[in-house]
Design a protein around this ligand. Structure first.
Ligand SMILES: [Fe+2]
Ligand SMILES: [Fe+2]
Length: 144
């Protein structure tokens, strides 16, 4: 994947998405012992990031926000489902490996699409909030 697919030109979102990408990559390459810690680190970061976006989405009130909120919730749910498999003693190690692998691959494919199709609106909203507030006075009153 080309990393530029994760860029929206909004500093906080770009940094968060970069970090999400790094944590998914860690999960993909995780050893048996690191699978649960890697998943937990990814979930914690994703939950924090999604919560920030969700707050904006509720303020934005545009037609697309329901889909966006649902997508965040579904991703968190899939983390929890995979975690259940990982901590379950009944499941063989190969199965755990397989489940982690397919989740990671799916997420690496999902992330750039989500960023470009859904988060782009949030980036615009955040930029407008920052620059579209009180008008800046640029001219000086001539001296009397
Ligand atoms: Fe999002
Ligand atoms: Fe995002």
């Amino acid at each position: 994947m080309d990393k530029s697919e994760l860029k929206l030109g909004e500093e906080t979102l770009d940094r968060d998405h970069e970090e999400l990408h790094a944590l998914i990559t860690r999960l993909l390459g995780a050893s048996a012992d690191d699978m649960v810690p890697a998943l937990d680190a990814l979930r914690a970061h994703a939950a924090q990031h999604f919560a920030m976006e969700d707050e904006h989405l509720r303020d934005m009130k545009d037609g697309n926000s329901k889909c966006h909120l649902d997508e965040h919730a579904n991703v968190l749910k899939s983390f929890d489902e995979v975690r259940e498999v990982l901590v379950g003693a009944a499941h063989p190690p190969e199965m755990k490996q397989r489940v982690v692998q397919s989740l990671s691959v799916e997420l690496l494919d999902w992330l750039p699409h989500h960023v470009q199709e859904m988060d782009a609106g949030v980036a615009t909203y955040r930029s407008k909030q920052r620059f579209g507030g009180a008008p800046v006075q640029i001219s000086r009153r001539p001296k009397a």
